[in-house]
Each structure stands twice: as structure tokens, then as C-alpha cells.
Design a protein around this ligand. Structure first.
Ligand code: ADP
Length: 289
């Protein structure tokens, strides 16, 4: 199983005639609401890829439909706490050129407790995967608990936060970075990500594919991207991560898992939206590129 300590957001998307000026009141021309948050995206991707994905997180009173949506997509939602804090949400303004401005309120996503994380993980089995990102609190505590329980601890360093990465680093088995995050981590520490003592490091490179660094053998393997016409890159990295872990969880070798994930990532960039449009395993296997 995959235990994903992750964010759940309500994405509220407003189309505007132009970005609002200070002091301006501006009517939106359309409104769309969807499930978002890196954590939720990764849980949906792992579940759609066929894994047993248990989401650990929290939502407030307005978040019931997000949990229903996760359940619908096959995510195990038993460890999502219902609390009084507002559900995490993003207010996304989009102008006619497709440029966006985002206000993010973490809310319930940053109100997790060590007791909740510990209780959820007490149901995990050694060899299960624990996944973390930076849109919640409790990552370092979870990584430590996960390591003690014999879980494989994976971490996507997004959104990048140098202190958060360094706090979980000693307990990591698998580190996911995109190209920018890899550069930021190197700049913050003076060390290349592949030289930080983590067993597996994966750097995703958008249309240039992804690269795996084997921390034990030093072997570097490139996995090419597929040729597609991108319309919206939202969620490509999250989908890639969820797919890699789902494949590893059922015993697929790393490079093969990344090949499958790159097909899923390629499909994602041809679609508008995030969690709601993540393809399932059949679609990914049957897609023609
Ligand atoms: P992030 O969204 O975290 O920045 P990337 O943009 O690196 O992550 O994308 C993750 C993976 O999704 C890539 O490694 C690749 O396999 C796939 N992908 C992303 N963008 C494209 C693209 N333009 N064409 C084909 N595949 C892509």
C-alpha cells in the first residue's frame, strides 16, 4: 500500500477579462471548482494506477465533497480527519492569455497532528511506501515514524522549501525533484541531490523526460518523455510521482516504473485540470503516442 501524507485543496478557478488592479472590483466571466492539492493529485494518481492508496490528511467543514471525490477515484479516505479549520483552497485567477495568479490558503492541510499521523501509520505494513510533499505540516515527524516502521519513505520536494527537505533527508529512501527543485536543493546545500545519501533520486525534466540516479551503484538512467502537444502542464509531476510509486509498490523495477509514469505524465499535459483528469492504468497502457 501507499500511505500519502498530503494536501487536499479546493481549486476555485475564475476567468477574468484582465488581472485585477489594486482597489479594483472585477466580475469573473466564468467559475470552475475542482479537486486539487499536490497530495490529493498524487493519491488519485496512485489509486488510478492500481495501488491501494491511503490518504492521510485533514479537511474542514466545506471539504466533504473533496473526500467524496477522492473516494470515487479509488483513494482510501479513512485517515482523512474532519476538523474545524477551513479546508485548504486555492483561488486561481486566469486572464485571457492564460496567465494565472494564485492565492493559496493551506488551512486544514497544516493542522495535522503527530498523533493522527502515528495512528494512521500504525495500520501500515513494513515494506509499504510512505509519501510526503510540502503542502502539509508533520513531514519530518512522519518520515521518522515511517522509517521506524520499516516503510520505504518517498518525498516530493514541492513546493520547494530548503529547511523542509533537509529535515526529512536523513529518513528518505526515494527523492523526487523537478529540474528547478534539483537546482534549488543543490544551491541550498552545495551538494548534488544524487550525492545526499538517498537510495533513489528521480529528477523530472518536463518535455525532456526524467532521470534516475541510483545512490548505491551511481548508475544514471534517462527515461525519455513522449511526444505530445502540451495544453496544460498542471499535475504532470504529481501524476508521474503517483504512477512511479504505484508501480514500485507492485514490484516493478524502477526504470520500467518510470517508463509507465512518463506515459501517464504525457497524457496529463494534453488535458486541462488536475486530479479530476488523471488517467487510469488501462488508458495509460493503451495510449498511442
Ligand atoms: P513538474 O510538473 O513537477 O514540474 P515535470 O514538468 O518535470 O514535473 O513533468 C513530470 C513528467 O511528466 C516528466 O518527467 C515527463 O515524463 C512528463 N511530462 C511533463 N511535461 C511533458 C511534455 N511537455 N511532454 C511530454 N511529457 C511531459
Amino acid at each position: 500500500a501507499i500511505w500519502n501524507l498530503g494536501s487536499i485543496n479546493i481549486d476555485m478557478v475564475y476567468a477574468l477579462p484582465h488581472m485585477p488592479e489594486p482597489g479594483e472590483t472585477l466580475a469573473a466571466t466564468s467559475f470552475d471548482q475542482g479537486l486539487g492539492g499536490k497530495g490529493a493529485n498524487m493519491s488519485v494518481a496512485a489509486a488510478r494506477a492500481g495501488a491501494h492508496a491511503c490518504h492521510i490528511g485533514a479537511v474542514g467543514p466545506q471539504g466533504t465533497w473533496t473526500v467524496d471525490r477522492l473516494t470515487e477515484y479509488g483513494v482510501d479516505t479513512r485517515h482523512i480527519a474532519r476538523i474545524e479549520a477551513p479546508t485548504g483552497h486555492a483561488i486561481i485567477a486566469v486572464d485571457p492569455a492564460g496567465e494565472n495568479q494564485i492565492i493559496l490558503f493551506p488551512g486544514a492541510n497544516r493542522a495535522l497532528t503527530e498523533a493522527q499521523v502515528g495512528q494512521a501509520l500504525s495500520a501500515a505494513n513494513a515494506g509499504d511506501i510512505l509519501l510526503l510533499q510540502n503542502e502539509t505540516n508533520m513531514q519530518a515527524e512522519a518520515a521518522r515514524i515511517g522509517r521506524q516502521l520499516g516503510l520505504r519513505v518517498a518525498y516530493a520536494a514541492a513546493p520547494f522549501d530548503s529547511d523542509a527537505v533537509q529535515a526529512v533527508l536523513p529518513d528518505l529512501d526515494l527523492l523526487f525533484l523537478n529540474e528547478i527543485e534539483a537546482a534549488q536543493l543543490e544551491q541550498a546545500t552545495g551538494t548534488l541531490p544524487q550525492n545526499m545519501g538517498v537510495k533513489d533520486v528521480i529528477v523530472t525534466l518536463g518535455a525532456k523526460g526524467a532521470r534516475h540516479y541510483d545512490g548505491q551503484t551511481g548508475v544514471v538512467t534517462d527515461v525519455p518523455a513522449l511526444k505530445v502537444v502540451p495544453v496544460d502542464t498542471t499535475g504532470a509531476g504529481d501524476t508521474f510521482t503517483g504512477y512511479v510509486l504505484a508501480a514500485l509498490d507492485r514490484g516493478m523495477p524502477m526504470v520500467q516504473a518510470m517508463g509507465l509514469a512518463s506515459r501517464a505524465g504525457a497524457l496529463m499535459v494534453t488535458r486541462h485540470g488536475a486530479a479530476d483528469v488523471i488517467p487510469d492504468l488501462k488508458e495509460v497502457q493503451n495510449a498511442k503516442f
